[in-house]
Design a protein around this ligand. Structure first.
Ligand code: DC
Length: 228
């Protein structure tokens, strides 16, 4: 069923950091044969470039100019891994550093930058069936999407998941620091003047605190497939 004027299907997944959106959106996209769109990777990529070029993160004019002159490509490989190209350079790993994570809010809170990002996201969704994840997908980017999910989990569970994820990568971080970090990111996400994280009126809320990844994925697929 068409979910936007271009007749493509958009599955929107919003929610706070650490709720498992990426893993779940990727798995849902793989199952449905849809394109996976990680909008956070776009904000992260622009942040990385701004940091590298010492752009004034407080200047909307400078950030908009930067966004206009930046090429961000999100490529999903055959084995369903996401590759992020910033001006044709592979930055898949580099956009996940603490420095980028901690500075992305400058980019994400800038209205002129969001307008550019949202336009690019709509272009991608206009020519492909997509599973898009972010903060404002169901509210701003694709408000007409028929399948909207808000994926949540409580702070403790999200912190534990992040702790495990970092430990698997060999990174030792204090659990308390992870929790404080997530709280800070939540605050920034919920209180931004533009593109703030909120639950769309017509979104299905999934609290994944006590659910496995597989259960969440099959729950979403069931709803998407059932409703045509
Ligand atoms: O999902 P993530 O953690 O990779 O997102 C990185 C940052 O980008 C996060 O701080 C919030 C921001 N973001 C946003 O403002 N809007 C989106 N649609 C996606 C991410």
């Amino acid at each position: 069923m068409p979910s936007n004027p271009q007749n493509t299907v958009v599955v929107a997944i919003d929610g706070p950091a650490g709720a498992g959106k990426s893993t779940i959106a990727k798995a849902v996209a793989k199952h449905l044969g849809f394109t996976y769109l990680d909008t956070g990777a776009m904000y992260r990529s622009l942040t990385l470039k701004a940091l590298k070029q010492n752009v004034n993160l407080e200047s909307e004019e400078d950030l908009v100019k930067l966004a206009e002159n930046t090429l961000i490509d999100l490529i999903v490989s055959e084995d369903h891994q996401l590759k992020v190209l910033l001006d044709n350079e592979d930055v898949t790993e580099e956009i996940r550093t603490v420095e980028v994570t901690n500075n992305t809010f400058f980019i994400a809170r800038t209205p002129g930058v969001r307008t550019i990002m949202v336009d690019r996201q709509r272009e991608i969704g206009g020519s492909n069936n997509i599973v898009a994840e972010g903060r404002d997908i169901g509210t701003v980017v694709f408000p007409a999407a028929k399948k909207k999910f808000y994926l949540d989990a409580n702070l403790e569970e999200r912190s534990q998941r992040r702790f495990k994820e970092l430990a698997e990568k060999g990174k030792q971080v204090e659990p308390k620091d992870i929790q404080t970090d997530l709280q800070d990111r939540d605050h920034k996400d919920f209180t931004r003047k533009v593109g703030a994280l909120k639950i769309a009126d017509d979104a299905i809320v999934i609290d994944s605190t006590h659910m496995s990844i597989e259960d969440v994925v099959s729950h979403i697929i069931e709803i998407v497939v059932q409703n045509g």
